[in-house]
Design a protein around this ligand. Structure first.
Ligand SMILES: Nc1ncnc2c1ncn2[C@@H]1O[C@H](COP(=O)(O)OP(=O)(O)OP(=O)(O)O)[C@@H](O)[C@H]1O
Ligand SMILES: [Mg+2]
Length: 477
């Protein structure tokens, strides 16, 4: 069997924008070969170069994200760096971790047609191919809708639909299971198994769900790849990530005894990108969250979890419904100062050039502290969340950006937090640590996740959502 991809002694570091620049190696003397038709799972803790390796294999670094690259990366015997993007499209398709980074058109069908237009595919055939992949990924109803008006999981499915549009034999999938509900995770795994070509999956979680489904296993850590027997790799990876459940601190003081509730809430969410579309309707008969509590909200992709979050944190106005804080009616403006919403995609709330500035922003309205005290608090917070103050958020890994997002909220110090898929792109240990910190002053937490084992370990009560209607699960402790 020939090797379709061959990396030899590859080292890479991104161009650093901090002053003075700090050169941090992301990949270091990395060797990896992918035999034709092989299915490889590379496990990697966050911030260990998964996205960088996948971008390198598809020719995106160092061409579009600058950096220093050495060593050799051969795709079908030719250096990837010497090939043009339109030429690589036919060999290799990348499904990135963050759909937001890859989607750029105003409708789903245009999005899928974009690479085919670059290939010069005749229009009639292109329409057939696009429809077929929309159908396969249950996206027919979204054909003329803007990807910006879809849920996180629906957007991920749109990215995955490229696997059926672009006729590339090599699939590079970076955290492809994140954002997907369990049914779609299973469907994706089946598609990987059925693919005749070569597949490389880079992942940090859902290992137990997909053990036995790949024919090669490895770890990407400290810039290099180690391949090995499945059992050994999984054990080594678990040791590396310390998946042990570290206790999540309960309420200490500040925000104890508070209660947030809503009842009779409804919202109709029409899409602006299309005229004729049945709008999504959210119905919440009753919901409560107390300080000290961790309550989870679970449900399939597109069921309305993020929509509810936006209403509960005061971002979107409901059509009707009552919101109570400590048993008193609360205005939408006050809700937004009470409920911190950690968006599903951290990029929606990270926008300043350095970690230091991003964290300082949270304290800008605090008149009780001096500038010196604020700087000390920012430095302490960065340490708690394992962040470097001078790092540039836009070039930090997805998992690191999630840590920064949590740190920003930690400084905002809200009595309630909604964590919308906080666990994607980070390890259990990091997620537990972040939740401990966020609730260390007694905040109540609403946890939204597609990982039931994660929510079952943490939450005291569970709400389920299906087709926009929320109900509390009966018979809970
Ligand atoms: N900006 C928007 N405008 C109109 N409709 C939207 C918008 N964003 C999402 N929707 C639609 O609202 C419905 C609920 O989406 P929501 O994002 O709340 O789901 P979710 O439960 O968070 O899903 P996921 O698990 O995929 O994150 C879906 O049908 C989605 O397509
Ligand atoms: Mg969502």
């Amino acid at each position: 069997m020939k090797d379709v991809l061959k990396l030899r002694d590859v080292s890479f570091s991104y161009r650093d924008y901090s002053v003075p620049p700090v050169r941090k190696m992301v990949l270091e003397h990395l060797d990896l070969t992918l035999p034709e038709g092989s299915k490889t799972l590379l496990l990697a803790p966050p911030d260990n170069g998964k996205s960088t390796l996948s971008r390198l294999l598809c020719g995106m670094v160092p061409k579009y994200l600058e950096g220093d690259l050495s060593g050799s990366c051969l795709l079908d015997g030719v250096e990837v760096t010497s090939r043009e993007p339109w030429d690589l499209v036919e060999s290799c398709v990348l499904v990135g971790q963050n759909p937001q980074e890859q989607l750029l058109m105003t409708t789903c069908e245009d999005e899928l047609a974009f690479p085919l237009e670059s290939l010069g595919m005749p229009a009639e055939r292109m329409i057939r191919v696009v429809r077929n992949s929309l159908w396969k990924w249950k996206l027919m109803d979204f054909a003329t809708i803007s990807p910006q008006e879809m849920s996180g999981g629906e957007r991920k499915r749109l990215l995955l639909a490229f696997l059926d549009t672009v006729p590339a034999p090599i699939w590079i999938l970076d955290e492809p299971f994140d954002d997907l509900d369990s049914q779609w995770r299973e469907t994706l795994m089946q598609r990987i198994t059925d693919h005749f070509g070569t597949v490389l999956v880079l992942a940090s979680r859902y290992i137990d769900e997909f053990r036995g489904s790949f024919d090669r296993y490895g770890i990407l850590a400290n810039g290099a790849v180690t391949l090995g027997d499945e059992q050994d790799i999984v054990i080594e990876y678990e040791q590396l990530c310390d998946r042990e459940y570290t206790s999540v601190e309960s309420c200490t003081e500040e925000h104890c005894g508070r209660i947030l509730a809503c009842s009779g809430v409804s919202l109709v969410h029409p899409r602006k990108s299309v005229k004729d579309n049945t709008p999504f309707t959210l119905e919440v008969p009753a919901f409560t969250l107390r300080s000290e509590e961790i309550v989870s909200l679970v449900g399939p992709n597109g069921s309305g979890k993020s929509t509810f979050s936006r209403v509960l944190c005061g971002l979107d106005p409901p059509r009707e419904g009552e919101f109570l804080l400590d048993n008193q009616a609360v205005a939408r403006r006050d809700l937004s100062r009470t409920v911190g919403y950690l968006f599903q995609n951290p990029d929606y709330e990270i926008f300043l050039p350095s970690v230091r500035e991003e964290l300082a922003w949270s304290l800008r309205g605090d008149r009780s502290r001096t500038a010196q005290q604020k700087a000390a608090l920012v430095a302490e917070c960065a340490q708690l969340f394992h962040l470097e103050l001078d790092a540039t958020p836009s070039t930090m890994s997805y998992g690191k950006r999630k840590q920064l997002q949590a740190a920003v909220h930690y400084l905002l110090d809200r009595p309630f937090y909604i964590l919308d898929e906080l666990d994607s792109g980070i390890t259990y240990a990091t997620a537990f640590e972040m939740i401990s910190l966020l609730r260390s002053r007694g905040a109540g937490i609403l946890l939204i996740t597609h990982d039931r084992s994660f929510s079952d370990r943490l939450s005291q009560r569970t709400y389920t959502i299906s087709n926009g209607t929320i109900h509390e699960l009966e018979g809970q402790v």
